[in-house]
Design a protein around this ligand. Structure first.
Ligand SMILES: [Zn+2]
Length: 105
């Protein structure tokens, strides 16, 4: 993974049902030290565009994993939540952690 680029939450599957999309997979929260208030620039995109856009920024995953959001500097790329169901605050907390300097591994 390139410096300054951190992958977002990763799921193994996306279920599409009758006009709504439920993102699945576990979402990890960063340690408390990385959960403080902060600010970012957010780009909301179609959920299926998140993975290729994040990969274009340099996010690398294990084979078969789906990127659901990512952070580069103060930019967060994430799915437009409006057509989604089961959308979790864990996603925000995860990416906030990256804005606050948390890295995977
Ligand atoms: Zn992450």
């Amino acid at each position: 993974m390139k410096a300054g680029i951190v992958g977002g939450l990763i799921a193994v599957g996306i279920a599409v049902t009758a006009g709504s999309v439920a993102l699945s997979g576990s979402v990890t929260r960063p340690p408390l030290a990385f959960q403080g208030n902060n600010w970012a620039i957010v780009q909301w995109v179609d959920w299926k565009d998140v993975d290729p856009m994040c990969r274009e920024l340099g996010v690398v995953t294990q084979p078969g994993q789906q990127i659901q959001a990512c952070t580069k500097g103060r930019l967060i790329i994430r799915p437009n939540p409006c057509p989604l169901s089961g959308y979790s605050a864990n996603l925000d907390c995860h990416e906030l952690g990256h804005i606050n300097g948390h890295t995977h591994g």
